[in-house]
Design a protein around this ligand. Structure first.
Ligand SMILES: CCCCCCCCCCCCCC(=O)CC(=O)SCCNC(=O)CCNC(=O)[C@H](O)C(C)(C)COP(=O)(O)OP(=O)(O)OC[C@H]1O[C@@H](n2cnc3c(N)ncnc32)[C@H](O)[C@@H]1OP(=O)(O)O
Ligand code: NAI
Length: 715
């Protein structure tokens, strides 16, 4: 909806009204068309201001409408009519002007912005391009290089940057609508010719072909298979090389391809899922809207290693006062230096005061006594953590929340070491903890809903995408990773190389294949976990352990001291320990050949399809088991964990969304196929939930929960 009122005697004020972000729904577009027509034809109105209610100009097209047949007036002619008006039209931008919202503002003759507003064309992040003239108007206004940057990245800019780039005319820290009304009064009668952006020539660099070739190469490289950034470059190229009307036609053609693509659907699913996971629920029925988090201002971190340092930085940057406890004096010193450096650098980058003063350091556990919340990040060793939780239980105040950053250990067992099992939850961060957006909040059977609410709220304060999950070995993310990694090892046994496996996974869109990733994290990490699980038999080559197929390849590498990047050798070779460029290692290839010969394994050619199907479908299958067991409340939770924590390509929506796009019958059929070939691999046995979904007619992903909840006997 949009409302027209007359202010200051002669200004027609059009207010967009569609909470929460005044998205351009069919009703809003109808309202704009109607109010503009009235304003233009009303002789009392001499100029027009467009603003949004509740301090938000406009969050763009209504993304929810993209899934159904679009009705109502289309955006492009609506914006053209505004631009063509013979009375000055001023956009009063508060809060956000994003996507179609900014395109609407670009159709106005002037733009006045509040200093705190954010502006941008984020369509690319939704698998689209600015197809309401944005890709044609912005380059005409601010030049090709700046427009390419904004349109291909989708980044939001501040009003100050928008002013500098030239797409707002004035920035105010006062009442924006009043400033815009005054401005509108002042420009009555002035010529509007030069204010109609579509009529301006596009300022073009001399060697336009070279510019676009360079940009296209860079964009293709960083897009990891996403098609929208490429289409965005093509659309801006049209602005630079074609007359406006032809450029608009090209914009529409490109948009038509993107609009119906699976990638756009995946990215829009991610947009809503990212928001949906904050509305958590537990199998007990406890929910986000019935539990109030406890206030937390003082936090403690125990262990200043890789994870403890990042967690300390994230907490301090969120404004908490933090005490960091580390028993090893050397580690304490190194940790303190690393934390201070990270905080100083971030403060410089963001132009804000440093949070260094907010952190205290100690070697004594007693220092955590007055914290509201403690996060333990010591070695992954159950005996050590048990001991620590016993101590914390007696040192901390009774209502202090005790959290662990364990990657896979039993939260409930740790809780049982304390006098307050209801106050124990997992807060599983991802390395580097101050950078990675994901936080798994793990509740055990005795965790209080309020403890979960508090950890989720703290995650939000730290800027994380927090997902609440149940307690099991590896929780959601690491549990699903196990079959993925195991399949990759089996593929090596059968004839693949780390290079062929990684290539197939990188082709799928992961930033790094599984072997490059393992080299980066350190092969010793998984080795320690397998030792603790009683799976490692030093020097032995047996390929069946604990009653199922096992590959000792990773253990054999570790026995040789090959721990990955840190030792300069792992699945790949590195120039020096610590260097990052992975090179194929002839030693490893001979080692694999020798291994296969000793095991009597016949090497065969393995193609990308098999790599992708076996690694990814095994991982997805575990996801179905997780849903079946209610460890994750819904497929969106799993998908956001994989997108934000494990580099799953966002334009593929996450593993469960990907399965829905491939088609559940197809995933089931391929798992059955591989299971027949490898009957000793339990993780290839299709999950009973996958069976149930397929026999329920493979409903769309937003209806899976209905099948999950249905008792088996009802099918
Ligand atoms: C055969 C085919 C022919 C094809 C031809 C195709 C023709 C189609 C023509 C269409 C041309 C359209 C071109 C165009 O205009 C494209 C766009 O505009 S796409 C949208 C671009 N906008 C964005 O990406 C902005 C998205 N929103 C945000 O970034 C944030 O929400 C915002 C910064 C605005 C506010 O942040 P915050 O205060 O933190 O609130 P939330 O993010 O939590 O949001 C609150 C609530 O609002 C929902 N929401 C936000 N934006 C939108 C939106 N644009 N549409 C719908 N809903 C939106 C959000 O989901 C939250 O609700 P939940 O219920 O929690 O999910
Ligand atoms: N490294 C990673 O990528 C991730 C690790 N994790 C988990 O985080 C935890 C920590 O892992 P990292 O930081 O990698 O280990 P790390 O080895 O880098 O650091 C552990 C630190 O804890 C200190 N420490 C040990 N006992 C202590 C005690 N009683 N009191 C205080 N400090 C003590 C050690 O001196 C060391 O500095 C583990 O549970 C791990 O599984 C979770 C997510 C990712």
């Amino acid at each position: 909806m949009a409302e027209l009122s007359l202010v200051s005697g002669s200004v027609g004020l059009i207010t967009l009204q569609s909470p929460p972000v005044n998205a351009l729904s069919a009703a809003v577009r109808r309202g704009i068309v109607d109010t503009m027509q009235r304003a233009v034809s009303d002789p009392k109105v001499r100029s027009v201001v467009i603003c949004g209610q509740n301090g938000v100009f406009c969050g763009g097209a209504d993304i929810r409408e993209f899934g159904s047949t679009m009705t109502g007036p289309p955006l492009v002619p609506m914006i053209h009519a505004i631009e063509a008006a013979d009375k000055p039209v001023v956009a009063a931008i508060e809060g956000s002007a994003l996507g179609g919202g900014l395109e609407l503002a670009l159709g106005c003759h002037y733009r006045i912005s509040h200093a705190k507003a954010r502006l941008g064309l984020p369509e690319v992040t939704l698998g689209l391009l600015p197809a309401a003239g944005g890709s044609q108007r912005l380059p005409r206004l601010i030049g090709v290089p700046a427009a390419l940057d904004l349109i291909t990245t989708g980044r939001h800019v501040t009003a100050a940057e928008a002013l500098k780039l030239g797409f707002v005319d004035q920035v105010t820290d006062q009442n924006t609508v009043e400033a815009a009304v005054q401005f509108a009064l002042s420009v009555v009668g002035q010529s509007l010719e030069s204010r109609r952006i579509s009529s301006l020539p596009c300022p073009c660099p001399v060697d336009v072909d070279a510019l676009f070739e360079g940009v296209m190469q860079r964009v293709r490289q960083s897009a990891r298979g996403a098609i929208a950034p490429v289409a965005c470059v093509q659309a801006v190229r049209a602005a630079a090389t074609l007359p406006y009307a032809q450029g608009m036609q090209r914009e529409q053609e490109l948009m038509a391809t993107l609009f119906t693509s699976g990638q756009a659907r995946a990215l829009q699913y991610c947009f809503f899922s990212q928001r949906a996971v904050s509305r958590w629920s537990m199998p007990s029925g406890a929910r986000w809207d019935t539990c109030k988090p406890k206030p937390v201002t003082k936090a403690a971190v125990i262990g200043l290693g890789t994870m403890g340092r990042g967690i300390t930085v994230a907490l301090a940057q969120a404004g908490l006062s933090v005490v960091a406890v580390e028993t090893q004096p050397q580690q304490l010193k190194a940790g303190q230096r690393a934390v201070s450096d990270m905080l100083e650098r971030a403060a410089q980058r963001l132009g804000v005061p440093s949070a260094v003063q907010g952190v205290r350091y100690s070697q004594e556990l007693q220092a955590v006594a007055d914290a509201h919340l403690v996060i333990e990040a010591v070695f992954e060793d159950m005996a050590l953590k048990e001991q620590l939780f016993k101590q914390l239980s007696s040192i901390c105040k009774p209502d202090t929340l005790l959290c662990t950053n364990t990657s896979a250990l039993d939260i409930d067992h740790l809780a049982s070491q304390t006098h307050r099992p209801q106050q124990v939850v997992g807060m599983h961060f991802f390395a580097p903890a101050h950078v990675m957006k994901l936080l798994e909040v793990v509740y055990g059977p005795r965790s209080a809903p309020q403890a979960v609410a508090t950890a989720m709220a703290l995650g939000k304060r730290m800027g994380k995408v927090s997902v609440a999950v149940g307690n099991c070995r590896g929780f959601v993310g690491n549990r699903m990773l196990m079959p993925y990694v195991e399949e990759a090892l089996f593929l090596l046994e059968e004839g693949a190389t780390p290079e062929t496996v990684d290539h197939a996974l990188e082709e799928f869109g992961f930033p790094m294949g599984v072997f490059r990733m393992s080299d980066l994290s350190g092969l010793d990490v998984g080795w320690r976990v397998r030792k603790a699980a009683g799976l490692v038999e030093p020097g032995k080559m047996s390929r069946v352990r604990q009653g199922r197929r096992y590959s000792p390849l990773g253990d054999l590498l570790c026995e040789q001291g090959r721990f990955g990047q840190k030792t300069g050798q792992g699945w790949y070779l590195y120039e020096t320990p610590g260097s990052r460029e992975a090179r194929p290692d002839p030693w490893l290839h001979s080692f694999l050949e020798e291994y296969r010969a000793r095991q009597g394994l016949v090497s065969r050619r393995i193609d990308s399809q098999e790599v992708q199907e076996r690694c990814l479908y095994a991982l997805i299958n575990e996801g179905f088991n997780i849903l079946q067991e209610s460890i994750a409340a819904g497929p969106e939770d799993i998908d956001m964990i994989y997108v934000f924590g494990y580099g799953w390509p966002r334009h593929r929506g996450g593993p469960m969304f990907y399965a829905s796009q491939v088609g559940l019958p197809r995933v089931l059929q391929r798992l059955e196929h591989y299971q027949q070939l490898h009957p000793d691999v339990p993780h290839l046995q299709p999950s009973s939930l996958l069976w149930r979904l397929v026999s329920s007619g493979s409903p769309p992903i937003h209806r899976w929960r209905e099948v999950i909840r249905k008792p088996h006997s009802a099918l």
